[in-house]
Design a protein around this ligand. Structure first.
Ligand SMILES: Nc1ncnc2c1ncn2[C@@H]1O[C@H](COP(=O)(O)OP(=O)(O)OP(=O)(O)O)[C@@H](O)[C@H]1O
Ligand SMILES: O=C(O)c1ccc[n+]([C@@H]2O[C@H](COP(=O)([O-])O)[C@@H](O)[C@H]2O)c1
Length: 187
């Protein structure tokens, strides 16, 4: 079985890493793909730094033998629909799990071809809301991942940089200087 974890990673932060490590620990997949997306289907491109930069940050952050950071979404047509990414991986693997947040579970029926996605993959969902409202309201089939809620997002990291605050500890030490320098030029 394999796990796919997609996102903008603009920039990658400790919340991403903790979720990925927790999912690996729980599921012990054969392969674990981190998939930075060049063009998120549902987000505005404001403050989105280049794909290459985000891809290389992911490669530094998700080090270790079990993660593979893939640039496949940069090679597939835009927008980067998850359905399309799954079609690609289903040519090579049969037991595919999509790692998504409780927020995405709540909004999942807005995703492009969501029913077809569920024919190609199973959902592994980590908590995002303290009231568990996303889990409670969903009628979809999913497996819940037990890990702490880390209340950090990439937009929060960018916002701190804009205000001149530190993001040490929020993003990996190996990329923190480049992240600060990069967003200072973008914001
Ligand atoms: N703190 C966090 N804890 C758990 N999962 C997270 C966290 N932050 C982001 N994720 C999840 O990681 C995946 C990739 O997210 P993405 O790269 O878009 O980050 P983000 O922090 O939500 O970005 P932004 O703030 O720019 O919207 C998504 O499934 C998202 O739900
Ligand atoms: O395919 C879709 O319609 C779709 C809609 C929303 C999100 N996604 C994917 O879900 C992943 C996480 O997105 P987000 O918004 O939670 O950062 C990322 O890989 C997106 O491409 C995909």
């Amino acid at each position: 079985m394999i796990i796919l974890f997609g996102g903008s990673f603009n920039p990658p932060h400790v919340g991403h890493r903790i979720v990925a490590e927790s999912a690996y620990d729980e599921m012990k997949p054969e392969e674990f793909f981190i998939l930075p997306t060049p063009n998120p289907p549902h987000k505005s491109a404001t403050q989105l730094v280049s794909f290459d930069k985000r891809y290389h940050w992911c490669k530094r952050v998700f080090w270790g033998s079990y993660f593979t950071v893939s640039d496949i979404e940069a090679k597939l047509p835009v927008p980067s629909y998850t359905f399309q990414t799954l079609q690609f991986f289903s040519n090579y693997y049969s037991d595919i799990w999509l790692l998504i947040g409780e927020d995405s579970l709540r909004d999942f029926k807005k995703w492009y071809k969501w029913e077809e996605i569920l024919n190609l993959a199973r959902l592994l969902v980590y908590p995002r809301f303290f009231d568990e409202s996303g889990f409670k309201s969903s009628k979809l089939e999913f497996v819940r991942l037990y890990c702490p809620i880390i209340d950090i997002s990439s937009s929060y990291v960018r916002d701190r940089i804009e205000k001149g605050k530190t993001v040490k500890g929020y993003v990996d030490d190996s990329i923190v200087e480049d992240v600060v320098a990069t967003y200072k030029n973008v914001i």
